[in-house]
Design a protein. Structure first.
Length: 195
């Protein structure tokens, strides 16, 4: 039996044109049928006509304000952070799916090869997290030598992010190590790492 997979997006009106492009790129390859894939969306501030477009295109829309576990925290954050903090709750939101694939709204699919690999891998290895190293040529500071100021500044960002999420010791240990993209990942709903 084929696993049931869902790819989940989240954004507000600012990113909606990119989201629409991403969904249309998947549909141009008939991804839903070929990959046994449904599409879900967590609305953090779209206009009614935008969510109507999603519903008309067979996307399951969930209002962020219905996710009680994150509402209190979300008041302290920027609007776009809502898309980030809802990720641990995806198995609780989309309960009918075995595999959950998170996709940032600004990802556009030029072929099905990449997302097909994610789906196949999570189906074959449900105890794994499928993700990629963070590689983006627009972040030029990642690709310069240690002696250059931009890389040093980026290492400071690493340290800041980790120290805010964990503590200074973890930040010192992890800064400068490989980053994995949280913009596109796949996990089985039973994976303990959701907890």
């Amino acid at each position: 039996m084929t696993a049931k997979n869902i790819i989940v997006y989240s954004c507000d009106s600012v990113f909606f044109p990119l989201l629409k492009g991403s969904i249309l790129s998947l549909d141009s390859f008939d991804a839903r049928k070929k990959l046994d894939l449904d599409i879900g969306f967590i609305d953090i501030g779209c206009k009614p006509e935008e969510t109507e477009w999603l519903k008309d295109n067979n996307v399951t829309v969930v209002d962020f304000t219905t996710i009680e576990d994150v509402l209190t925290l979300s008041h302290k954050l920027e609007q776009y952070n809502r898309s980030q903090i809802c990720r641990p709750y995806l198995p609780d939101i989309f309960t009918n799916y075995q595999n959950i694939i998170w996709c940032d709204s600004d990802i556009w699919f030029q072929t099905l090869d990449g997302i097909k690999l994610y789906v196949e891998t999570i189906n074959e290895h449900p105890d794994s997290v499928v993700c990629c190293p963070f590689v983006d040529t627009s972040y030029a500071m990642n690709y310069r030598g240690l002696e250059q100021q931009n890389l040093s500044k980026f290492l400071e960002y690493y340290s800041y992010w980790y120290s805010k999420c964990y503590n200074p010791q973890v930040a010192e240990l992890l800064k400068g190590r490989a980053l994995f993209s949280s913009g596109l990942f796949a996990m089985n709903r039973k994976d303990e790492k959701w907890n």
